[in-house]
Design a protein around this ligand. Sequence first.
Ligand code: AMP
Length: 449
Amino acid sequence: MSFAELGLIPELLRAVEDAGYSEPTPIQRQAIPIVLEGRDVMGGAQTGTGKTAGFTLPLLQKLARWANTSTSPARHPVRALVLAPTRELAMQVHESVQTYAKHLTLRSACIYGGVDIKPQLAELRRGVEIVVATPGRLLDHVEQRSIALGQVEIVVLDEADRMLDMGFIPDIRRILGLLPQQRQSLLFSATFSEEIKKLADTMLQNPQLIEVARRNTVSETITHRVYPANANIKRELLTWLLHDDRNASQVLVFVATKTYCARLARQLQKDGISADAIHGDKNQQQRTEALEGFKSGQIRVLVATDVAARGLDIDDLPYVVNFELPHTAEDYVHRIGRTGRAGKQGNAVSLVAPEEQIRLSAIEKLIKLKIPQETVAGFDIAATPDSTRRILRNQAADRRAHIAPDGFDFSRPYSVQPESETETASASRPNPLKRPIRPVAALLGGSGR
Ligand code: AMP
């Protein structure tokens, strides 16, 4: 099936073609005709399924009749509102809106907190048909009377389960109360709890349910791996894995806390790996810079907390690493939803300490999959920080001695500190792991080691 068969107008078909999409994804095939019909939608879809275009394309088509080039703000009232739980997701959805609306004269704005409100005020004052917003900042604008929502025709609640986790539901209810009763409403969520269903009952009228993957399931293109390891050697294991597989070119690493997020990024840098951190204590500019650096390939490893990583859309992200398993099994689904997108191959690697076994079992039950376990020689459950650092120094020496440079910078000194003078790494020492350094990405993807 083609996008044209879904009844999209030429301006949108051109935009889709420009984006390089050859055919609609399953959620797009389902959602586009239903939204065009004007029906409310309850969509069960993870990120990575193409859901953003699934709601954005028909939304734009419905607003296309209002497109105009007038400079009068009165001719550009807010007609569509998309609510997203995080600034990053809001920015990404807004990017999609801009991509697909490029051949239409519709205006859009992205409204989120943590940045100066004044440029947003100016933008809203000029008039915009589409607003993508996080709930808190939107309500700030409502209070300042810089936005009027009385002419909204379509509202989209994206990642509703995240909104719930982040405590946004009261804000959402307030915002919904400001919208006209007569409107079209779409709600998307990767998981459906009782609370989400309750919200859907109040927000949606006779909704059409669309679901692409079974709830709480993960993409089949993802290879899952567990590396059992005590917490005190996880950092060394990660360093080893990253150095061993240079084809793991973009790696998103999840950690539990903001403090450890920054610390791990610094430690990886010390280990000669380009890394940055993205967490809630960073200001918006720092977060955007880290994300941009990661997307452009300047930064190889992005260490993130769940909140900061929510909704991140990075094309072709090959690896996600759970440095610790998340406390709720659903978060595993969210985390690894950043890889294996749109039919591409992805790798989900988890470093699991014995005390995390209960979480692992809950995850396996939820995704209905027994995750294969692997061990790296020397980094097993009996390993100590001292023994693993020794191996790392040998790995570093081995790299310096053996790998032909192909643009990869091995000239930086390897900085894992020796425990004693006699332990200094030597290039002539044979690799205790007794394995050649493989040129291809067998590692995290599972090589049957
Ligand atoms: P989403 O689930 O909306 O976060 O989208 C995931 C990724 O799939 C994004 O990078 C989109 O650019 C991409 N995408 C969306 N629709 C299509 C399509 N029909 N064909 C190929 N890629 C797509």
